[in-house]
Design a protein around this ligand. Structure first.
Ligand code: UN1
Length: 499
């Protein structure tokens, strides 16, 4: 059994507390992967001091050279894709097909970041005065604190870390305590690729003991957090008080709409993948299915048959469709929502309980669950469950479907299946989400497009694509006057007087 370390001040070191937590395989709790540092304030403080030195060096490295390091990171991730996918499945459960996709998203993000090192555009615009240049350009900000979730153990840290690094910041990375091994592999790869050691710091531990210290540290001006809306609110309060730049990526209650004119087989595959992929533990998971009345009964019948046939199991074994949930507390939360759904009068058509037997007894498995006749406005329909629970709502018209989609406090992704081009474009226009898919499920965002949601899903920032580079850099404006005279903006006028 291996005891893992933090990476602070250029060295792999134990936590000051001397205490460690266990990392176990959620498909088999007897499988202990290793123990990881329980870090606290003194570890974070040393990481910050080192990251400040790393920042001084890294900001002076030209952006194209910073990008070159990320290109090597992409190459190394590609070479080690299978090994990382296996480690990831072992510590968080989703099947290998999905963890390979997770690594691929990191690879895509690395190559995108590498090229962005040569493209951190600013603007040059005409000055209103003669012989004067006006331009805007980007500067790095400082030490970035990155607090990451368990469900995309590689991809989401890369969404944050790679643009932060290309923009010239140094980073303190706290992986979720459920997936510290994947986080460790990522940092090993960054170092192997040639990142100067003090530019990255890896601090393991819990949100309460390590994450909160990062958020509250006065020398970390930049925080990126992905996780629950409740924790995000606490992070937001602190960052607001301390005037920190903050990107929040939080909950979702994403809906797939299926209209009467949809390709039903396609919509069926989409619903299964969206609702039960990653065991429903995605911010973008489909947790509501809005069915138009003409296809409602038929579609539901097909869906329940398919959901019952999904094979639960160890994600490292071939044939597994759905892996375990991340831990016991997540299972218990889903169970509470099963009770809520039943007390609200929902019709439990399949699942609704822990899955046991057939090699599942040592893991945290829950059966894919479908509730029909869920009323818009019910708690089951409104609150994020983060598990394999799909609520089905029956509607009559597109207008009603759109209203149901929009009437929740979250706004990450949505999807519509229809063959009517006008309804499809209306959906793109009218659904209140950061991402809307037409004839595709609510999951499947690509690394080179902005990712994020409206309303209480986020705070207006985006990850991925070109937009995240704005978050990790500060815009500065430079004016250079080479006229040799005092020119006064807004006052001197070169058009001459009207007469
Ligand atoms: C998340 O849902 O937590 O869109 C991230 C997707 C992935 C990223 C999802 N590329 O499904």
């Amino acid at each position: 059994m291996k005891q893992f370390k933090n990476f602070i001040a250029g060295a792999w070191v134990p936590p000051d507390s001397g205490e460690y937590f266990e990392n176990r395989n959620p498909a088999d709790r007897n499988d202990l992967i290793g123990t990881f540092p329980r870090s606290g304030a003194s570890d974070v403080n040393r990481a910050v001091e080192s990251a400040k030195r790393g920042f001084a060096r890294w900001r002076a490295t030209p952006a194209p050279a910073r990008g070159d390091v990320l290109r090597v990171v992409g190459d190394l991730l590609t070479q080690r894709k299978e090994e990382i996918a296996d480690a990831m499945t072992r510590e968080m459960g989703k099947p290998l097909t999905e963890t390979r996709g997770d690594v691929q998203e990191g690879i895509d993000t690395a190559y995108y970041a590498a090229s962005e090192g040569r493209r951190l555009f600013g603007h040059t615009v005409p000055s209103e005065l003669r012989n004067k240049w006006a331009m805007s350009y980007r500067r790095p900000i400082g030490v970035a604190g990155l607090i990451c979730p368990f469900n995309f153990p590689l991809a989401i840290p890369t969404w944050k870390m790679f643009p932060a690094l290309v923009c010239g910041n140094s980073v303190i990375f706290k992986p979720a305590e459920d997936v510290p091994h994947t986080g460790t592999l990522l940092v090993e790869i960054l170092l192997e690729a040639g990142l100067p050691p003090e530019v990255v710091q890896l601090v393991h531990g819990t949100g309460e003991e390590a994450g909160s210290v990062i958020v509250e540290h006065p020398d970390i001006p930049l925080i990126s957090f992905t996780g629950s809306t409740e924790t995000g609110s606490l992070v937001g309060a602190t960052c607001g008080r301390m005037h920190k730049r903050l990107s929040l990526e939080m909950g979702g209650k994403n809906a797939q709409i299926v209209m009467d004119d949809a390709d039903l087989d396609l919509a069926l595959e989409g619903a299964l993948w969206g609702a039960f992929g990653t065991t429903g533990q995605r911010c973008t998971a489909t947790s509501r299915l809005i069915l138009q009345k003409g296809i409602h009964d038929n579609f539901l019948g097909m869906l329940v048959d398919k959901a019952k046939a999904l094979k639960l199991g160890d994600g490292r074994k071939s044939g597994t469709d759905v892996g375990p949930m991340i831990h016991e507390a997540a299972l218990a939360k889903v169970e509470r929502y099963i009770d809520i759904g039943q007390s609200e009068g929902g019709d439990l058509l399949c699942g609704g309980r822990r899955a046991t037997g057939d090699g599942l007894d040592n893991g945290d498995f829950f059966e894919p669950t479908i509730f029909a006749r869920v009323e818009a406005g019910n708690r089951l329909e409104q609150e994020e469950i983060f598990g394999p629970v799909l609520s089905v709502i029956r509607v009559s018209t597109a207008d009603e479907a759109f209203a149901v989609n929009n009437d929740v406090k979250y706004g990450l992704s949505s999807s519509i299946y229809t063959s009517n081009v006008n309804v499809a474009f209306r959906a793109l226009n009218e659904l209140d989400n950061g991402i809307t898919y037409v004839n595709a499920p609510t999951i499947g965002a690509e690394a080179h497009l902005p990712f994020g949601g409206v309303k209480q899903t986020g705070n207006g920032h985006r990850e991925g694509g070109w937009q995240v580079y704005e978050f990790y850099s500060e815009t500065k404006v430079g004016y250079a006057d080479f006229s040799g005279t005092l020119q006064r903006a807004q006052i001197d006028n070169y058009l001459g007087s009207p007469d």
